[in-house]
Design a protein around this ligand. Structure first.
Ligand code: SAH
Length: 347
């Protein structure tokens, strides 16, 4: 069976069922732009096409297992199950002043083992296929339809390291940005990485207008190594060249998670200012979402504000991100981690 993301198969079926190109366009719009259910999308096809498509296409590759809506802000966490029984998560964000966004997963678990990250505590199981990556967006659009919303922004900041699943992530980005499919501009898609120089160069070459977020978290090599084991393989000096190259397109965001007593002191600030120098990046200061089983603590808001103000004073375009969905464990991997612990009686 093929999926709705299998372009060649969909085209073959279109020809077999003699659906006109404009009829196919309406079908695709129903599926990818208007959040219609599979049955409603089939309705737009001529009668003879419906049977063929419903026999040969699997409408969904993930099953929605749970939905948790935040009581304090507009976040909804979705837990999906893959056909082979693994759990992954996505978070829908409805910022009051911004576009409806989704944070999606690119892998089951993660092999990077960052010390602050709940997904890292689970280990790595497998890469997601592009259809599984894209289905998170399609299904979220179906859920949001009743609210009159549609996903306008996609960030690869859920479970996994997208640049360690290059083929499937690249295929997904192609699909998300293609006019006949999701039709999101490059500025509305962000791929976030721990910092893998070769893969960053590939990404920038292939998608010059798609946004890249680099999870830097420290510009001091020894501190970064403690937080992110991958920093040993890809040290800061090696990363800088890839960063300069990517930032030339004006599409790079630096993510800086603020951890109390770890990366929030004056020496950390000085190192960051020096490291970034005059690279044209946007800096995002992120609050830490604490969770059971991790002893790190976040820097209080006053400390984060001070850090951000100093960066602004040094000439950097800087924003302070406020935590969304903290009451529903919305940070990367937290809900699946919690659920696994419940299932195995270790929570
Ligand atoms: N592997 C990629 C994408 C997944 S993590 C990357 O590292 O960028 C997406 C972002 O969530 C990263 O910036 C990561 O540092 C951040 N993150 C992970 N755990 C967090 C936590 N407990 N609180 C706040 N942010 C967290």
């Amino acid at each position: 069976m093929s999926t709705i993301y299998d372009i060649d198969k969909m085209e073959t079926l279109r020809r077999q069922a003699a659906v006109q190109p404009h009829g196919m366009k309406r079908f695709r719009n129903a599926l990818f732009k208007n959040g219609q259910s599979w049955d409603a999308a089939l309705e737009v096809l001529p009668e003879e096409g419906r049977a063929l498509f419903s026999e040969q296409i699997v409408p969904e590759c993930l099953e929605l297992r749970e939905r948790h809506d935040s009581a304090v802000d507009g976040a909804s966490k979705l837990i999906f199950q893959t056909k082979d029984g693994h759990l992954i998560e996505s978070v829908v964000l409805r910022p009051r002043t911004g576009r409806t966004s989704i944070c999606i997963s690119s892998q089951v678990g993660c092999a990077c083992y960052c010390s602050f990250c709940a997904t890292g505590k689970m280990g790595f199981t497998r890469n997601l296929a592009s259809a599984e990556i894209l289905d998170q967006v399609t299904q979220a659009n179906r859920l949001l339809k009743s609210e009159g919303r549609v996903i306008r922004n996609v960030v690869f900041m859920g479970m996994g390291e997208p640049l360690l699943n290059l083929n499937e992530v690249f295929a997904s980005v192609d699909f998300l940005t293609a006019v006949p499919f999701f039709n999101l501009s490059g500025a509305r898609v962000t791929v976030s990485t721990v910092g893998i120089p070769d893969a960053m160069a590939c990404f920038t070459g292939r998608f010059p207008s798609v946004r890249l977020a680099l999870s830097l978290h420290s510009a001091r090599q020894e501190v970064r190594e403690r937080l992110m084991p991958q920093a040993r393989r890809f040290p800061l000096d090696m990363l800088r060249g890839a960063l300069v190259n990517a930032a030339g397109n004006g599409t790079v965001m630096i993510e800086y998670l603020m951890l109390l007593g770890v990366n929030d002191g004056p020496e950390d600030l000085a190192a960051l200012v020096e490291y970034l120098g005059d690279i044209p990046v946007h800096i995002n200061i992120i609050p830490f979402n604490e969770y059971a089983g991790c002893s790190l603590q976040g820097t209080p808001q006053s400390g984060r504000e001070h850090f951000a103000n100093e960066l602004k004073a040094a000439g950097f375009d800087t924003t302070l991100r406020y935590s969304l969905g903290s009451d529903i464990a919305a940070a990367c991997g937290q809900l699946v981690k919690h659920k696994k612990e419940q299932m195995h009686g270790t929570g």
